[in-house]
Design a binder for this molecule. Structure first.
Ligand SMILES: [Zn+2]
Length: 337
């Protein structure tokens, strides 16, 4: 296997630098009342992470470019990450990180409409941040080549894909932020699935569902594509999976419904698969990961590997139940209308 060359390393460093750009997302559409420096905000709160941590560490598949480049050669794997370093993004200033999310961080999670809206908002903000930076990084690299140079092609393609996602995500972010600014949470919709087990996995993301879990096509990637927020959190020491979307986002509602219609014993497996498929922000209790079967680990890591290939090509498969990975015993499903 070929080692990574110095030129490739410096490319990765340059690209990662743009992916790590600092910006307070509250500033993008709202009024500029930022204060303090841009902080390393946790996508999954620390209070959640400590619930599955062992000696201050959670287990996760690395998401930065250089470990990914190495894993593409040596195989994808999960490793220990200190909870202070897990899923931190520089996308809010100190003031907004603290005040905006106080109803999520300082109060018990009971999934009020306000909390659901804030969860959705944060997942969308992170999507806007990640997609926007990926768009900038691709544009920056593409500019180095003439339009006739074939080396420009992958960057141009990545730029188009990321920019389509960024446009759709920004629309959602704007709508969600408006609700928060008006303290009116009537447009949030959710499905809350509660389990009865010890929490072993946490995850947070927003994605555009192309298919539901039985393979029905829901939508294409377009500037108007619907997003769905997905969180796996610990509530009262039990796992809860929460889907959030905005009123009238039919593909999102249909995705959540198709998920909830599956047999209870399959829901944990589907949730875990989804966490690996879509979420850059997924972590696990190390002990749990080591106790899952070799087949399950291979299947899940393969999803991560495929998702990393899909940086340029949208993944055309749909998420469906294959074999049992775990069963946290679903005890209730509640829809917030
Ligand atoms: Zn700010």
């Amino acid at each position: 296997m070929k080692p990574i060359t110095p030129t490739q390393w410096s490319f990765l460093k340059r690209y990662q630098g743009i992916l790590d750009s600092k910006e307070c997302l509250s500033r993008r559409f709202g009024e500029d009342r930022c204060d303090g420096r841009i902080v390393r905000a946790h996508m999954i709160p620390r209070s959640q992470l400590i619930q599955i941590a062992a000696q201050g560490h959670v287990h996760a598949v690395p998401t930065r470019l250089s470990p990914i480049a190495q894993m593409k050669r040596s195989g994808f794997a999960a490793e220990d990450v200190g909870i202070g370093n897990f899923s931190t993004l520089q996308c809010f200033c100190a003031r907004h990180d603290k005040t905006f999310f106080a109803p999520l961080e300082d109060v018990a999670l009971t999934f009020t409409r306000e909390q659901l809206t804030l969860l959705h908002y944060r997942a969308m903000a992170v999507e806007v941040y990640i997609r926007g930076n990926a768009e900038d990084a691709a544009a920056n690299e593409g500019r180095k080549y003439l339009s006739t140079d074939p080396r420009r092609e992958p960057f141009y393609e990545a730029f188009q894909i990321q920019s389509l996602a960024a446009i759709a995500a920004e629309e959602h972010l704007k709508r969600t932020e408006k609700m928060i600014n008006l303290s009116r949470y009537d447009e949030i919709r959710a499905a809350i699935i509660r389990f009865d087990a010890t929490p072993v996995l946490l995850s947070a993301c927003a994605f555009r569902p192309l298919y539901d879990v039985v393979g029905t096509k829901l939508q294409d990637f377009s500037e108007e594509a619907a997003y769905i927020g997905m969180h796996i959190l610990a509530v009262d020491n039990k796992p809860a999976l929460v889907f959030t979307w905005l009123k009238d986002q039919k593909p999102s509602r249909r995705f959540a419904k198709s998920f909830c219609l599956q047999p209870y014993w399959q829901l944990t497996t589907l949730a875990v698969q989804m966490a690996f498929e879509y979420a850059e922000h997924t972590c696990m209790r190390r002990e749990w990961w080591m106790s899952t079967s070799k087949g399950s680990r291979a299947l899940l890591l393969n999803r991560v590997a495929m998702a990393n290939e899909a940086a340029s090509i949208p993944y055309d498969d749909f998420l469906s139940f294959e074999f049992l990975i775990d069963d946290w015993k679903c005890r209730s499903i509640e829809f917030v209308k």
